[in-house]
Design a protein around this ligand. Structure first.
Ligand code: MLT
Length: 285
């Protein structure tokens, strides 16, 4: 059975982006709903557009805010991103804190998918008192292995030589689960387009930050806010064992495994993903 692409449908229902002029940079973000804030942090190498299906169905009483991470979906000369080339995961987290200050968000839930989850751990390290809950989707606490770091180097080289096109070619088949690739071919095209609007510099910079990110496993025991961990049974990038490690390490964490779903679970199964998140949000903040 072939299902329609959720991101394509979400694109067709347009959503106006906002621009925040922060002290060190300007960034694009989406905002939807009203009430208790939830910061949505996207995966590598996508953009805030990844969250369009969720931005169109915000649960009552919540306000979703989804920024572009630095270097992604750049908006031209007026919005050049500073510091590309030497960014760390903490820099992305500091950007999120600066946006939170700009929007007067005191305490908020952080929802990060994959790279967004790595940043969520950094945010909890930097400002634990501000985090009301964590939604850790298709992510891991661990750092890159030696093999993983060598893989990042190969991707950096590939991006430098052939640009975002080659990164999309390499990553799209791994980002989406086997069932999704078979049943939602339009979603593969939509994800490819999300990648292609990004710049080589933004992609290379993020790969450097991913490669050097610290191991968040020792800090899991210090997380005392409620957490929801989501993964997909066909996630080819992050294993179920890694999701279980997070669940065991965080004292107040539940785990949802979405069947027949890969790494980009919020796009592949937006209904199931939102059902799990909506239920968890009621016990956060
Ligand atoms: C992501 O989806 O953000 C990346 O696949 C994360 C990673 O490569 O570690």
């Amino acid at each position: 059975m072939r299902r329609g692409s959720s991101v394509e449908a979400a694109y067709n229902r347009r959503m106006k982006a906002n621009v925040a002029h922060l002290a060190h940079r300007s960034l694009r973000y989406f905002e939807s709903g009203g009430g208790r804030p939830v910061l949505l942090l996207h995966a590598f190498p996508l953009s805030a557009d990844q969250w369009l299906p969720q931005l169109h169905r915000v649960p009552v009483g919540f306000r979703f805010v989804a920024p572009d991470l630095r270097g992604f979906r750049g908006m031209g000369a007026a919005f050049e991103d500073p510091g590309l080339g030497s960014l760390s995961i903490d820099d992305y987290a500091q950007d999120a804190l600066a946006l939170a200050a700009h929007l007067d968000l005191d305490r908020f839930v952080v929802c990060g998918l994959s790279m967004g989850g790595y940043i969520a751990f950094a945010l909890h390290r930097l400002a634990p008192g501000r985090i009301a809950g964590l939604i850790l989707s298709n992510t891991r606490a661990g750092a890159d292995s030696a093999e993983g770091r060598a893989g990042r180097e190969r991707m950096i080289e590939l991006a430098r030589q052939e640009g975002p096109e080659a990164i999309a070619r390499e990553m799209v088949p791994r980002l989406l689960g086997e069932t999704t690739r078979r049943e939602q071919p339009d979603l593969a095209d939509a994800v490819r387009r999300l990648i292609l609007v990004n710049s080589t510099d933004g992609i290379v910079s993020a790969l450097g930050a991913l490669k050097a990110r610290p191991d968040s496993t020792p800090g899991l025991g210090a997380i005392d806010c409620p957490a929801l961990i989501i993964t997909g049974s066909e996630d080819a990038i992050i294993s179920l064992a890694e999701a279980e490690t997070m669940q065991r390490g965080i004292r107040n964490a539940s785990l949802v495994v979405l069947p027949k779903v890969g790494h980009l679970s919020n796009l592949e199964a937006p209904v199931g993903w939102s059902k799990a998140v909506d239920a968890a949000l009621t016990r956060m903040i």
